[in-house]
Ligand binder design. Structure first.
Ligand code: C2E
Ligand code: MG
Ligand code: MG
Ligand code: MG
Length: 281
């Protein structure tokens, strides 16, 4: 009986691996064409300023609108593209679309807020990783202060010395820089003494699913916010789903919130409408 069970487990995992491999092979075959065919689309998730409830910025998040599979979320292709290097092209495409959008807002006299983009660690293998970013930004003549580059906490753990240099480069090129997913994994508070970013994005791991009155939890969150303030970092709480959490965050003076309670990631046109409606009132 034991042998049979093991046999089944073995077959089961192999089938999953096999399907994953086939999916990845399929993505590999189609990714270049998909980029050319505009199948990668940018969604924007607003960040809400807690002080006045207004939109203080947005994060650009990529989706793959596949003619066969429909809307594919980034978790299903970003990790694979990070391994095969294609993420570099996707990130630059996202950056290009964001710069084009900001140029249009500026030209049309629309309300403008800073936009953040995610930068994969894969770029960092190249010493001149900011050169293509600068070229795109110059092409659209967008002020660098309107652009924020999100680096993830995993990079801190992987290579803190490299990261310190990378943040320095990003600043020298004029971009704002944030540390994404802070608190999701291995980062220690001690690392913050060297990580000279502008913005700390608290991962949703800090916030439990239920909006339970967890006093210990909120003590931890407010201490991290206080520490960030002492270090003159702006704070953004990610993955906030309840009004109660939002009220608590305002109370402990977190600067911004990004979460479903305010808005899910939305298409650019929807974001523009939201931004304009807010500014008219
Ligand atoms: P991230 O950069 O930490 O982005 C935040 C993720 O949290 C987004 O998932 C967003 O939809 C989700 N989120 C926001 N508010 C809530 C909430 O209230 N509840 C829940 N459950 N989730 C919320 P998304 O868009 O699926 O992206 C997942 C990850 O994929 C991103 O995490 C980022 O690491 C990566 N990613 C997305 N776009 C890009 C890109 O253009 N380039 C690179 N390199 N990575 C990207
Ligand atoms: Mg991010
Ligand atoms: Mg994040
Ligand atoms: Mg994340």
């Amino acid at each position: 009986a034991i042998a049979t069970a093991q046999h089944f487990t073995y077959v089961f995992y192999n089938e999953i691996d096999r399907q994953k491999l086939l999916r990845e092979k399929d993505m590999e075959n189609r990714m270049h064409l998909a980029l050319g065919d505009d199948e990668f689309v940018i969604y924007l998730q607003p960040k809400q300023r807690l002080e006045d409830g207004e939109i203080g910025g947005a994060e650009a998040l990529v989706r793959w609108i596949d003619p066969v599979r429909g809307l594919v979320p980034p978790d299903e292709f970003v990790p694979f593209f990070e391994r095969n290097g294609f993420i570099i092209e996707v990130d630059l495409y996202v950056f290009d679309r964001v710069c084009a959008m900001l140029r249009r807002w500026l030209d049309e006299g629309r309300p403008v807020v800073p936009i953040s983009v995610n930068m994969s660690w894969a770029h960092l293998r190249n010493n001149d990783f900011l050169e293509p970013y600068d070229r795109i930004r110059a092409q659209y003549d967008v002020p660098a202060e309107l652009l924020e580059i999100e680096l993830t906490e995993t990079m801190v753990f992987a290579n803190p010395e490299l990261l310190i240099g990378v943040i320095d480069d990003i600043h020298r090129h004029g971009y704002r820089c944030s540390l994404d997913d802070f608190g999701s994994g291995y980062s220690s508070l001690n690392a913050l003494k060297d990580i000279d970013v502008d913005v700390l994005k608290l991962d949703r791991a800090f916030f439990s699913d239920e909006d339970a009155d967890n006093e210990r939890e909120w003590n931890v969150i407010s201490s991290v916010i206080d520490l960030a303030k002492k270090l003159e970092l702006e704070t953004v709480a990610e993955g906030i789903e309840s009004i109660k959490q939002s009220a608590m965050l305002k109370e402990i003076a977190c600067d911004m919130l990004q979460g479903y309670v305010f808005s899910r990631p939305i298409p650019i046109e929807e974001f523009e409408a939201l931004l304009s409606s807010g500014k008219e009132e």
